[in-house]
Write a protein that binds this ligand. Structure first.
Ligand code: SAM
Length: 230
């Protein structure tokens, strides 16, 4: 049976250390980065997004907040969060059900902080099975060392470097060979030609659907599925 719980009602804070290490000195900047990630976290509230029993990989995980939250959603009744995150997520209701097996990836340089955030957010009762796995994945370079049997691929605020767009599509195509669904959260920045990533690069190999638009934040969430052309 599904149980629901408002994040604003949760008091303890396994995400405290995550936030503190990453954001103390650059609070507003970090909040701006976090916004795309939190948009995606909020979207997990949608009943069409099923995490239970799914194999999930996150690209460009950064702080790891999306992947860590997806892994915490495995827990029933013991999810807590930092007051600042509670503030951002106060309207979110979490389905505290058995969730996903999570792998979080980023460039090698980022991994020590990412691993530290995963370690700092071990739930009081421990991870229900394995903790999120932290691995290096540079788009277009070492994606072939990863399997293609994912159910979900999560991407928050990673569409901002036009020179990486073909590499990112190549990586997604490999990870999604067996039918994975991709969720991408992006601020639609003109200067980064973000729209062109979705309308030209991604659409060349994926069916792409805009599933949520936040006009105020100029943030879009897309769902993409690879076309069976190869
Ligand atoms: C703006 S941050 C977003 C971090 C996180 N997803 C979030 O929403 O808070 C972009 C992330 O993409 C990663 N990244 C950039 N280029 C990359 C590449 N070529 N391969 C893998 N990761 C990359 C960066 O290291 C960084 O962590």
């Amino acid at each position: 049976m599904k149980t629901t719980r408002s994040l604003s009602m949760m008091t303890a804070c396994p995400l405290r250390r995550f936030h503190k290490r990453r954001c103390t000195e650059r609070m507003s900047l970090s909040h701006s980065f976090l916004r795309r990630a939190l948009h995606l976290c909020r979207y997990f509230e949608d009943p069409s997004v099923e995490l239970r029993g799914r194999r999930v990989i996150e690209l460009g995980a950064g702080t790891g907040v999306v992947g860590i939250l997806a892994a915490l959603l495995r827990l029933s009744g013991c999810l807590h969060t930092h007051p600042v995150l509670s503030f951002h997520l106060r309207h979110m209701t979490l389905y505290c059900i058995s969730g996903a097996e999570v792998t979080v990836t980023d460039l090698p340089l980022v991994l020590p902080q990412l691993q530290a955030n995963v370690s700092a957010n071990v739930p009081p009762a421990g991870w229900p099975s394995a903790p999120p796995v932290v691995l290096p994945l540079c788009w277009g370079e070492d994606h072939l060392t990863f399997p293609s049997d994912w159910d979900l691929v999560l991407c928050a605020d990673i569409v901002y470097l036009p020179e990486t767009y073909p590499l990112l599509v190549e990586t997604l195509a490999h990870l999604c060979k067996n039918g994975a669904v991709v969720y991408l959260s992006s601020k639609m920045r003109t200067e980064h030609r973000t729209q062109s990533f979705y309308e030209e690069h991604l659409q060349s190999r994926f069916d792409v659907e805009l599933v949520l638009r936040d006009d105020k934040q100029n943030n879009n969430i897309y769902r993409a599925s690879k076309r069976a052309e190869e």
